[in-house]
Design a binder for this molecule. Structure first.
Ligand SMILES: [Zn+2]
Ligand SMILES: [Zn+2]
Length: 328
């Protein structure tokens, strides 16, 4: 089968064997989504070598669980060892020996087929299209924030970063009824969020440094109760520290390839909580997609065939590009 792989420090479309792992299901990939994490991996983040991709929807061709065969599925990307304390507490996402689809020790979804344990797979409801279902993983990552902090209607919340993840996070957080502002630097993307009913503010400069905001300045006096950092830029953390009120909480969503510099004493002096946030649970994401209450399809920038995967990655890498999809 064809697979888009990162090896020897470069991306290439390779012919490889169909992945078959003992006790696992074989899924024929229909649509896969390129995520900033994939772009970072292709720059060396996570030291991964192999087939990229973790956002997908597909059809089960083989599975030890016969009820899955022929069904349309999405899949939790982390596969735990099944033995450790985390796995026993139903949290394979933090298993120290986990593999993660296309990220850690396991070939990913930018291929004609992928392999995952049957328990990782969730059936996609009929009312959810492939183009919607492929957003399950990033939408779950956005919903994870609401599992970690309780955002109420009375709260003032800022999301820093108007890219793919910031867009999804804003749409999810807006449903709490809080006073939400999405802060970004791209007119078209801020407009997209505004069309989804999200209040936006534009950074004047090209870098996420302080003193460059226009509309946010007024609200800065009191500070935000929560700031979600999803800019993918290390300056986003400094901006979050500018915006947060004393005793507020900053939720970090961006993963970076290297170390990030920021002034940690600002966290101490203002008694700010800093919360790392990664993957979320898929069930709630699928339910939200089925409800139709969150529009995801407007985030699709372009679709490519898997055969044009290298070109698709180049497009996804371009600053400001929204979701690039790969189809089989
Ligand atoms: Zn992703
Ligand atoms: Zn484990």
């Amino acid at each position: 089968m064809k697979a888009l792989r990162f090896e020897d420090n470069k991306l290439n479309l390779a012919d490889v064997a169909i992945p078959r792992r003992d006790g696992e299901a074989l899924v024929r990939t229909t649509v896969a989504g390129i995520c900033s994490t994939d772009v970072e991996i292709a720059r060396g983040y996570a030291d991964f070598r192999g087939t990229l991709g973790h956002e997908f929807v597909g059809v089960v061709e083989e599975s030890p669980d016969g009820s899955q065969i022929g069904r349309r599925v999405v899949g939790e990307i982390n596969a735990g060892c099944g033995q450790c304390d985390h796995c026993r507490e139903n949290d394979p996402r933090h298993c120290p020996d986990r593999t993660a689809l296309g990220i850690r020790g396991r070939d990913g979804a930018f291929a004609e087929y992928l392999s995952l344990p049957p328990r990782n797979l969730l059936i996609v409801p009929d009312g959810v299209s492939d183009r919607q279902a492929v957003f399950t993983e990033p939408l779950a990552a956005a919903l994870e924030i609401l599992d970690q902090v309780e955002i109420r209607a009375s709260h003032r919340v800022a999301v820093v970063g108007d890219g793919k993840l910031g867009q999804l996070i804003s749409r999810v957080i807006a449903r709490t009824g809080c006073d939400l502002t999405l802060i970004g630097k791209h007119d078209a993307k801020l407009e997209l969020a505004a069309r989804a009913g999200v209040k936006t503010a534009k950074l004047c400069s090209d870098d996420f440094s302080r003193h460059v905001m226009t509309e946010v300045v007024a609200t800065k006096a009191r500070g935000f109760d929560f700031v979600v950092e999803a800019s993918g830029s290390s300056g986003g953390i400094e901006l979050a520290l500018d915006l947060i009120r004393p005793r507020g909480a900053i939720i970090l969503k961006s993963t970076f390839r290297g170390a990030v510099r920021f002034d940690a004493s600002r966290i101490v002096v203002n008694e700010v909580s800093v919360i790392g946030s990664r993957c979320g649970r898929f069930e709630s994401a699928l339910r939200l997609l089925e409800s139709g209450e969150v529009d995801v399809e407007s985030l699709v920038a372009r679709e490519y065939r898997l055969a044009d995967g290298v070109e698709a990655m180049a497009e996804a890498r371009r600053p400001g590009t929204l979701k690039v999809l790969l189809t089989n």
